[in-house]
Design a protein around this ligand. Structure first.
Ligand code: C2E
Ligand code: MG
Ligand code: MG
Ligand code: MG
Length: 280
């Protein structure tokens, strides 16, 4: 595994460049090719269960190496969304990650696996049937799979989101709200969505030890989550102080570079120490 400098490809493309610039058109073209030819790969970032002090599983994160440097998903996911490629990309990621989950299962591991779904995919006709077909095809236990949907995606069309999420729940899949607390202000919508987990955005987590107000906000989100029987996860944990604060407050899960960076699947089990995470 070659540790690649993240973002070494940034100079090639900047988001506020002219959308018709040759660089951008070339990037978009290359992305089409990469998705079509299945050249995207996945890395897996561990999720720590703070209550038992064990790894619970992983989040699958898509990776694209172009011309020998890694392009950030923060750049190419929006590009895929604009170029009508995102649904195919999300499908490919789901196929790959379910196949990986199956392979871990045959190795005696039983991790929980999280997969991100974009806004457009969430609202795409036929999504739930497609996901169900893949779960069946790969023969994985749906309760080991968690779909991550951003807060903004959910509230964009609440009644439609509600219908899709109910279908997922009926299939036995679990749902997390990603980047919680990064944008949307009202929490009332939570009452109407049968989700399982809140993933608190790293921008808020990074305020631990710096802003008393944000610490209070984090504590309030935790209380709200627990009062709704939701699991609460903190993203982007980078320091021991942050981890200790979260543990003391009673947060359920944590994810971040301190616990583990996203890694290729071959590395993931060794770094788990081959414990049967979440078994039983
Ligand atoms: P996300 O789902 O919120 O994923 C967390 C992002 O934070 C990942 O960035 C991860 O590498 C990064 N991260 C995790 N811990 C830390 C930390 O301690 N410090 C810092 N600085 N960063 C941390 P990544 O992989 O670049 O992905 C960015 C976003 O792109 C993701 O945010 C997600 O919204 C999207 N994305 C990634 N993979 C997929 C995918 O397969 N499908 C879709 N639709 N979106 C994806
Ligand atoms: Mg995510
Ligand atoms: Mg997030
Ligand atoms: Mg994000």
């Amino acid at each position: 595994y070659r540790a690649k400098a993240l973002g070494s490809g940034f100079a090639l493309y900047h988001p506020d460049h002219n959308p018709y610039s040759p660089e951008r058109l070339e990037l978009e073209n290359d992305l089409h090719t990469a998705v079509r030819n299945n050249l995207l790969t996945l890395h897996y970032q561990p999720v720590l269960d703070l209550r038992v002090g064990q790894l619970e599983g992983y989040e699958a994160l898509v990776r694209w190496v172009r011309k020998d440097s890694e392009v950030s998903p923060g750049l190419f996911i929006p590009l895929a969304e604009e170029g009508n490629l995102i649904y195919t990309l999300d499908q490919r990621v789901l196929e790959h990650s379910l196949s990986q989950l199956r392979s871990w299962t045959t190795q005696g591991l039983n991790p929980q696996l999280s997969v991100n779904l974009s806004t457009q995919s969430l609202h795409r006709e036929g999504l739930t049937q497609q996901v169900e077909a893949l779960i069946t095809e790969f023969g994985v236990d749906p309760s080991r799979v968690m779909l991550e949907i951003t807060e903004t995606a959910l509230v964009a069309d609440l009644s439609r989101s509600q219908a899709v999420i109910r279908d997922f729940q009926a299939m036995g899949l679990r749902i997390a709200i990603d980047d919680f607390g990064s944008g949307y202000a009202s929490l009332g919508y939570l009452r109407h969505l049968p989700v399982h987990r809140l993933k608190i955005d790293k921008s808020l987590v990074w305020q631990i030890g710096h802003s008393r107000r944000d610490e209070k906000l984090l504590a309030a989100i935790l209380e709200l989550g627990h009062s709704l029987d939701l699991e609460v996860l903190a993203e982007g944990v980078e320091t021991l102080d942050q981890l200790e604060w979260l543990r003391t407050q009673g947060f359920d899960y944590a994810q971040g570079f301190l616990i583990g960076k996203p890694l290729p699947p071959s590395i993931a089990p060794t770094h788990l120490g081959l414990v049967s995470v979440g078994a039983g």
